[in-house]
Design a protein around this ligand. Sequence first.
Ligand code: GSH
Length: 212
Amino acid sequence: MLIVHHLGISQSDRIVWLCEELAIPYEMKKYDRDPVTRLAPAEYKALHPCETAPVITDGEVVLGESGAITDYIITKYGQGRLALKPDHANYADYLYWLHFANGSFMPAGMTALVLGMLGLSDSEAVKPLLSRGDRAYAMTEKRLGEATWFAGDEFTAADIMMLFPLTTMRVFAPRDLAPYPNIRAYLARVGQRPAYQRAAKKGDPDLTPLLG
Ligand SMILES: N[C@@H](CCC(=O)N[C@@H](CS)C(=O)NCC(=O)O)C(=O)O
C-alpha cells in the first residue's frame, strides 16, 4: 500500500493533492510539527535519512524529495497522467516549471526566511540574494498572464509542484500578493478544484489555504 507520510503544514501537502488528483488508492499518515521548534517530530525524522517531508513508503520502498515522489507516483500509479510527453508542444514548459519550483523558487524563499531570522534582510550585502525571490514572483506572474496552468492549457504536476511556494510557504515567509493579479487569479482557479479541496481538508484541516 502506498502511504503518504504527511507532516502538517509542509511540502508533503503536494503529495496528498497529487494522489487526490490522480484518484489512486493511498493511505495518509499525519504527523504534527513539534510545537516549539516547528520541525518534524522524531517519528517523522526516523522515516528517511534526510529527515524532511515529504516521504512515502510503498512496500519496501522509502522515498523522499517532492519531485522524485511526484515522478514515482505518476509513473507507477498514474499511468503517466498529469505529466506531458516529449512530443507535446509544451513539454519544455512542463519540465521548466516542474523543476523551477524546488530548484529555484523554494531556495529563494528559504534564503529570505533564514536572512529574516538572522535579522539581515535589510543589509545591502544580501540584496542580490533577496532579488532572486522577487524575480521568481515576477516570472511566475508573467507566466500566469500567458497560460491558464504552468504548462499551458492542461493542469499538470508542474502546478502541484509550484503551488507550495505560492501558498503554504507564505505561512513561514509572508508575502503580499496585491502586486500579482495573475497569481491571485490562478490561486482562485486552484481553489475551485475538488481534488485540491479534498486534499486541503484531509491534510491540514485546521489551516485555511492561503489562496489570496
Ligand atoms: N527539497 C525537499 C525539501 C524538504 C523540506 O525542507 N521539508 C520541510 C517541510 S516543507 C521539512 O521537513 N521541515 C521539517 C524539518 O526540517 O524538521 C523536498 O521537496 O522533499
